[in-house]
Design a binder for this molecule. Structure first.
Ligand SMILES: Cc1cc2nc3c(=O)[nH]c(=O)nc-3n(C[C@H](O)[C@H](O)[C@H](O)COP(=O)(O)OP(=O)(O)OC[C@H]3O[C@@H](n4cnc5c(N)ncnc54)[C@H](O)[C@@H]3O)c2cc1C
Length: 345
């Protein structure tokens, strides 16, 4: 169990002195944020006092300035000062995503924040189990039957049917441990109602089928990042060209992925028809000639579809490129649209 890891996840209880518009009800993850921020609204504050309050969690504690919650090794006063520095770093980062004024420092009265109510919980004393890759093998079972009849574990780190670090996992681990006690005592067994889930075989089949998409998605995200970097790196004179190149490259990549997907789809559909025709041919020897004709038709139809796909995809890509060009170089009144990427000589 010493191989299992825990980490603190500092949480900022952030109260504003106004209502922020368009805050979703759901948990929100701020993609690519420093400190891996996520937040959820605490709606009671808006409903009872008309001001927004957010619970903001920083999952990447190591990205925060050192040291978070050094606890006993520094004075209480120093601790408060450090919490305020960390808290304001989080507020500032949040301000890059959500429109509000974070102020220049913790306590800045010009900001949109109610500092009296706002507080940082470093959570150093309440660390969360990290179910990282490779940890599964070391998670304890809730009970070991006759091998260790007096040993029971409960907590979100146990090997349960839930297997993610949540309250639900902790509750189920307790119930499983209780089942172990019942079994040992020969008492009436308790029943755990398990959430509905797809059978493992379906998940495995989907994993196999969709596997190539993982590469497509990875390629897409790398191209997206590269396009953003390219746009930021070039001089303002060529920014529109860089923007076009970036977006056009993405469209071309998407087109390739789509073509592959449509081919796979055509193959799947045709395989079904070809299979049926083949079965009919084998099953009915009297109508073998007719069956072979149907089979041939199905095979030819498949290859015809496959042959037509690139032309169709090419038209779609061309239309997408035209649209991007229109967005990058919008036609201005009285001036014809400039097709700068394909000027005729
Ligand atoms: C910021 C944050 C947000 C989260 N959000 C969600 C969420 O939205 N939904 C969700 O389902 N889960 C969430 N979780 C996870 C959830 O809180 C935990 O998975 C769950 O609380 C684990 O329950 P547990 O009983 O295993 O452990 P804990 O809740 O940690 O309980 C263990 C208890 O044991 C006590 N203890 C420790 N050592 C000793 C000792 N030696 N002697 C006596 N007592 C001891 C501790 O003080 C603690 O009270 C979140 C966690 C964090 C940190």
């Amino acid at each position: 169990m010493g191989r299992l890891r825990i980490e603190p996840i500092p949480v900022l209880n952030l109260y504003f002195n106004k209502t922020l518009p368009d805050i979703p009800e759901e948990y929100v993850t701020l993609l690519k944020s420093r400190y891996d921020l996520s937040f959820v609204e605490m709606p009671e504050s808006r409903l009872t006092h008309g001001v927004t309050a957010l619970s903001v969690a920083a999952s990447d504690v190591y990205a925060l300035r050192e040291p978070v919650g050094r606890g006993a090794r520094i004075s209480k006063q120093e601790q408060i000062r450090e919490d305020h520095l960390v808290g304001h770093d989080i507020v500032t980062e949040l301000g890059r995503y959500v429109p509000f004024d974070p102020g220049k420092a913790w306590g800045d009265e010009e900001s949109d924040i109610d500092w009296d109510k706002t507080s940082l919980q470093p959570n150093t004393e309440h660390q969360l189990f990290i179910n990282e890759v490779g940890s599964e093998a070391y998670r304890p079972e809730t009970h070991y039957g006759q091998r260790a009849p007096n040993l029971f574990f409960a907590g979100d780190f146990c090997d349960t049917t839930i297997n993610i670090t949540t309250v639900e996992a902790a509750v189920v681990s307790g119930l499983q441990a209780a089942q172990g006690v019942c079994a040992r005592e020969g008492a009436e067994q308790i029943r755990i109602i398990e959430p509905a889930k797809y059978p493992r075989s379906v998940a495995s089949a989907l994993k196999l089928l969709l596997g190539p998409y993982a590469y497509g998605a990875k390629g897409w995200s790398m191209a997206y990042d590269a396009a953003a970097r390219l746009e930021g790196a070039v001089s303002p004179d060529y920014r529109d060209v860089a923007q076009f190149v970036g977006r056009a490259s993405l469209a071309a990549l998407m087109s390739d992925v789509r073509l592959w997907w449509r081919r796979t789809g055509a193959l799947a559909e045709s395989a079904f028809e070809i299979g049926r025709a083949l079965q009919a041919t084998i099953a009915n020897s009297e109508r073998r000639a007719a069956g072979q004709g149907t089979l041939l038709d199905a095979v030819r139809a498949f290859f015809r579809r496959v042959a037509e796909l690139p032309a169709d995809e090419s038209r779609r890509l061309q239309a997408a490129l035209d649209k991007i060009a229109e967005q990058v170089w919008p036609a201005q009144p009285g001036r014809p649209h400039r097709r700068r990427w394909n000027a005729k000589r």
